[in-house]
Design a protein around this ligand. Structure first.
Ligand SMILES: [Zn+2]
Length: 137
């Protein structure tokens, strides 16, 4: 099946915090950097999928914080001679700061993951689903 919005475009848009359907920079309310819009004002894509959709983004944020920030500090402490006090302070500050800085990306990446697995759920790709195929929407 050929999609109007390809998986490569979905990944590129997800990594740059853009709407997975139209590519607009419209995921968050202007002036409110941590408030995800309920829908894209450009194309109408529903961004808040359901009540618990933020849990996936929160889990993703936690996993990225542990894997990309805390584990390297632990490795630096255990094997590269990083001072224990420095490691503890960096881990403590980063454990709070990294998830805040990564919040917007985690929401976007979670949307990206959803549509990467189910690209036919994007409105732009709806017409690409053949008539005898279940869109499973
Ligand atoms: Zn859009």
């Amino acid at each position: 099946m050929k999609f109007v919005v390809t998986r490569g475009q979905i990944v590129a848009r997800g990594l740059t915090n853009r709407c997975p359907n139209c590519g607009a920079r419209s995921l968050f309310e202007p002036g409110h950097p941590f408030t995800l819009r309920p829908g894209c004002p450009e194309c109408g894509l529903k961004l808040e999928r359901d009540e618990g959709s933020f849990l996936g983004a929160m889990s993703l944020n936690y996993g990225v914080t542990v894997c990309l920030y805390l584990v390297p500090i632990l490795v630096a402490y255990l094997f590269l001679g990083l001072d224990g006090t420095v490691a503890a302070v960096a881990a403590g500050v980063g454990a709070l700061g990294f998830p805040i800085l990564f919040y917007r990306s985690s929401r976007s990446w979670w949307l990206m993951n959803y549509y990467l697995v189910l690209p036919h759920h994007l409105p732009a790709n709806q017409r690409a689903v053949s008539e005898d195929e279940d869109a499973n929407t």
